[in-house]
Design a protein around this ligand. Structure first.
Ligand code: MG
Length: 456
């Protein structure tokens, strides 16, 4: 039997892999599973990002759900975390998001959600897959076909975020924030949220447009070169950029400097753990040791998982975690949404900034300093097996290793991670240390071990 789902949902080129027929069958398969689990009239929340193919796919998915007898709450265009929040808020039996996150405009995809808004559990994904490929759908009788109701979730989602931060402190400082929502779903929420929090807001690329005319929706340094100049030129306190479905938020300081996601994650984690008097921080093995420093400072524990936001979310739920996140600027507030939430992250950062009285660059530069190096090698063949051989080689040489995801070699003051990409024919090597020289040394060691395996 084929495999539908990747690390979180299914993605591909719209109208090639992700066709209306595909979305229809996904809706039928998901709805069939919900019905077979014993719910008489399951309710499913459905929403999408701003992609051109979004409306077509959403309508097909909804048709599939209705045809097997599910009712649908159509929330239209909204950030992925808002749709996750709404699934929980409406006490629905499940949710579905039509999005391809940060991928280029020709892509689209479908993420299915648990009633609590988290991505679908693995066991249930397997059931949806089985129904999908066997096509043994439970079609409803004509008078049991589902109904659709539309709901606006933008306002209640913004209100829910506002209730979780100190608006008084923000209004007192009135931060000047420039936002770039990449013409994506965040265009409907982030500029308004910031204004209502009491910020002065200038927005760019904030008209919803699924062609993504301004920039590639992936908020990395390369794609934000122009935005970095804008933030500095306007004399803003800081800038925020989002990806297409607004589950991530990436920051630019007042000098136009791109801030790595693990630094802003550390700022948020520090505040949240302090407020909670400690707790459990969940992150991936690819995130900076900075997060260990932050946890220690707050008497909190750290759990490191495989790479992937859904994996972090699942661990947070299972172990009652306090805060979670990744190095790419995705932060998870498990008591709000069991998934990365860009807008909630921005609200918390604005609050931290307002209360501190410091410049944004000062907040970042006060964090414990680490140096990082990243590189990659083009590798054909079984990359996972190659990475496993790197672990054997490192072990034989007496190094301490962690094989949670890829091969991570641990040193007292840093680490190097050798990991196969899940989507491209490459192996990444990523190092970190307290000094630049050591970080470089560890990167070279990782590369040397990898090349040793490739030659053998
Ligand atoms: Mg995203």
């Amino acid at each position: 039997m084929g495999k539908l789902f990747g690390t979180f949902g299914v993605r591909g080129i719209a109208n090639e892999k992700i066709t209306p027929e595909f979305a229809l069958k996904m809706g039928m398969a998901f709805g069939t599973m919900l019905k077979r689990e014993g719910r008489e009239k399951p309710v499913v929340v459905v929403g999408r990002d701003t992609r051109v193919s979004g409306e077509m796919l959403k309508n097909a998915l909804i048709s599939g759900l209705l045809s097997v007898g599910c009712d649908v709450i159509d929330v239209g265009i909204a950030p992925t975390p808002a749709i996750q929040w709404a699934t929980n808020h409406f006490k629905a039996d499940g949710g579905a998001v039509i999005t391809a996150s940060h991928n280029p405009p020709e892509y689209n995809g479908i993420k299915l959600l648990e009633p609590n808004g988290m991505g679908l559990k693995k066991e249930r994904e397997a059931v949806v897959e089985e129904v999908f490929f066997k096509e043994n759908f439970d079609r409803a009788k004509w008078d049991e076909i589902g109904e659709v109701r539309e709901e606006d979730i933008i306002k209640p989602y913004i209100e829910a975020i506002k209730s979780r931060v100190d608006i008084k402190a923000i209004k007192k400082r009135k931060p000047f924030v420039v936002v770039d929502t990449s013409n994506g779903a965040g265009s409907l929420t982030l500029p308004y949220l910031l204004r209502e929090l009491g910020c002065k807001v200038v927005s760019v690329n904030a008209h919803p447009d699924g062609h993504f005319p301004a920039r590639n929706p992936e908020p990395n340094e390369e794609n934000l070169k122009d935005f970095m100049k804008i933030v500095k030129a306007l004399g803003a306190d800081f800038g925020v950029a989002q990806d297409g479905d607004a589950d991530r938020a990436v920051f630019i300081d007042e000098n136009g400097r791109f801030i790595q996601g693990d630094k802003t994650f550390a700022l948020v984690a520090d505040a949240v753990l302090r407020e909670n008097g400690g707790g459990l921080l969940v992150t991936t093995i690819a995130t900076s040791n900075l997060l260990d420093d932050i946890a220690k400072r707050n008497n909190a524990k750290v759990m490191r998982t495989k790479v992937g936001d859904l994996i972090v979310a699942r661990a947070l739920l299972e172990h009652n975690g306090t805060i979670g996140g990744e190095e790419n600027g995705g932060v998870i507030f498990p008591d709000f949404v069991l998934g990365r939430d860009g807008a909630m992250t921005v609200a918390k950062i604005v609050e931290i900034f307002a209360k501190s009285g410091k410049k944004f660059s000062e907040l970042i530069d006060e964090l414990p300093k680490y140096y990082q190096f990243k590189t990659k090698r083009h590798v054909e063949g079984d990359r996972k097996a190659i990475v496993a051989k790197v672990a054997e080689l490192a072990k034989a040489k007496g190094y301490e290793i962690d094989t949670t995801d890829g091969t991570k070699i641990l040193f007292p003051d840093g680490w190097v991670l050798v990991r196969a990409s899940g989507t491209e024919p490459i192996i990444r090597v990523f190092s970190e240390a307290k000094s630049e020289e050591k970080a470089k040394e560890y990167l070279e060691l990782g590369l040397k071990l990898l090349e040793g395996v490739l030659r053998s």
